[in-house]
Design a protein around this ligand. Structure first.
Ligand code: TZP
Ligand code: MG
Length: 210
């Protein structure tokens, strides 16, 4: 895939403290950056607001040090407070239009696409990139609707010019074919966070995305 001019981040890490089983989460993030991760989303589902904010501040400092964009999952106020590059929301979170009104034009808004009709939703006007969620079923997130597969990804590719981020069981067996089928970015949780060597896991994945 040629790199999408509006989303030149082929390897996308989605990190949570819980997913990092071999090393402290911030160390995993830095190792992954050294391994070639292009962009990082902080996604904490079972954390107090204050703790999430604290982690967001730590990760923002790390991302700034390495000139890697940071995306905050769900929490509009935290995205605002740390001035993250982007925010990612799903269909039951704060809507893209509301986020645009609150945070202005510069924040990059990612939106999870769960069914095809959502491409025609008026919310799409406020969206900068789409999560194709999930490509394949995964134990990391089980409350999903459509398993898009490569056919679904290709169908979406025909219907929108927005950058597409493929997520859901992306790993050494699935990433290359997904990228070649039209994803602009491959997003992973466990392939990096649960690896004993996050740096080499990132390096190996990145080598597939050319
Ligand atoms: N959204 C759709 S699937 C998923 C998210 C956050 C989890 C992906 O995790 P993994 O471990 O990379 O399959
Ligand atoms: Mg969400």
């Amino acid at each position: 895939m040629p790199i999408h001019p509006n989303f030149p981040f082929p390897l996308y890490l989605v990190i949570s403290e819980e997913a990092c089983i071999h090393q402290p989460w911030l160390q995993v993030a830095e190792e992954a950056i050294y391994g070639g991760v292009d962009i990082i989303q902080l996604r904490e589902k079972d954390m107090s607001y204050d703790q999430f904010l604290d982690h967001a501040k730590q990760l923002k400092a790390l991302c700034d040090k390495h000139a890697v964009p940071l995306i905050i999952n769900d929490q509009v106020e935290i995205a605002k407070e740390v001035a993250s590059w982007g925010i990612h929301v799903g269909q039951s979170d704060t809507s893209p239009i509301e986020i645009r009104e609150k945070l202005g034009d510069s924040i990059q808004i990612g939106w999870s696409l769960e069914v095809l009709d959502q491409l025609d939703d008026s919310q799409i006007q406020a969206v900068n990139h789409l999560g194709v969620s999930p490509i394949y079923q995964t134990k990391t997130k089980t409350n999903t609707i459509t398993e898009w597969g490569l056919d679904g990804l290709q169908q979406i590719r025909q219907l929108t010019n927005l950058p597409l981020i493929a997520i859901g069981n992306m790993n050494m067996d699935t990433a290359a074919a997904t990228y070649n089928a039209g994803a602009d970015s491959i997003a992973v949780v466990s392939a990096i966070c649960s690896s004993p060597n996050p740096r080499s896991a990132a390096e190996s994945l990145k080598a597939l995305l050319i």
